[in-house]
Design a protein around this ligand. Sequence first.
Ligand SMILES: O=C(O)CCC(=O)C(=O)O
Ligand SMILES: [Fe+2]
Length: 350
Amino acid sequence: MQQTEGLGNGSCSAPPLLSVQEIVRSDTENVPERYIRNPGNRPKSSDISLVPDKELPVIDFSLLAKGDEDERRKLDIINHGADEALPKIKTATRQFFDLPLSEKEKYAMPPDHFEGYGQEDKAEGHKRDWNDLLWLRTMPPHSRNTKYWPLAIPGFKESMEEYATEMQRVSYEILGNLSLLMGMERDFLKELHGEVKQGTRMNYYPACARPDLVFALSPHCDNTSLSLVLQEDNITALQVKHKGMWVPVKPIPNAMAVLLGDVMESWSNGKYKSLEHRAVANMEKPRISVVSFVIPSNEAELSPLKTMVDDDHPIIYKNGVKYIDYLLYKQTKEASEDKNVNIDYLKIEN
Ligand SMILES: O=C(O)CCC(=O)C(=O)O
Ligand SMILES: [Fe+2]
């Protein structure tokens, strides 16, 4: 089996660029050792082609925006009004990954950085995901690092700007509704973020000859307040953990999945759980996804809201953990341990 890992430009100082897309380009059967999970940590064969047996809740955003109580607290969202932005960002994502490696390399993620083109950081000896990505800071506009933006692709900038604006609008509406659900004023959660940051992650998962041996994306929780996942139509690959079982999230064309993250679990004193999720690979065709992350400022405090704590709901999450401290802890752990680090760091018991 040919090993195509570490596609560098040959110079000693440049870090090797890893790309699963390049691995399968020359040999579609190739699954290098570093991607093969140890037995016991593989997707169960029956989990790879999970057929949704029940419908996940679908939020009609137009009802949510009108203040409809029943629409609050659901999972997939439709009628969000971003109908033009979504297909455009999918096209832009495909166009980026279709570029030759020599072009994509121009946007390569430097070592120990999360922004740019590459793969998620994993320490030596730890298994990699069957995933290449482009991670960009997208909001606020002054945070954009355009050296990582593939501006040579016609229309990329406009598509990304439109998508970023639309995702910000949708996120604020969701945060507003969650604030009301938690007994606070509409603007409360948004303001708790400090300056609200938005990151966009474009994912590419090539077809894989052995989806039973790899994870497209390891099980994880997002370190966000919430994440909006735009999926490829017609491929069911995203799975969420519900009552100990992996449940597939069947894509609804032009809808997004809303995943609450660790920050919301802490703010809600555990009422709204950070959703564990993962993606499985498939043999037939490549898949893309685009994720919009809602991220608090470094100084934002992760403490349960006063309205979420009473005699029946004693405080179980710490007060006053700075977002940056939590993030650094989680990043160090995730890179050095081949497992999902859960939210325990934020719990008082720990
Ligand atoms: O590709 C997907 O469906 C999920 C992506 C995801 O969870 C992430 O990028 O954090
Ligand atoms: Fe995620």
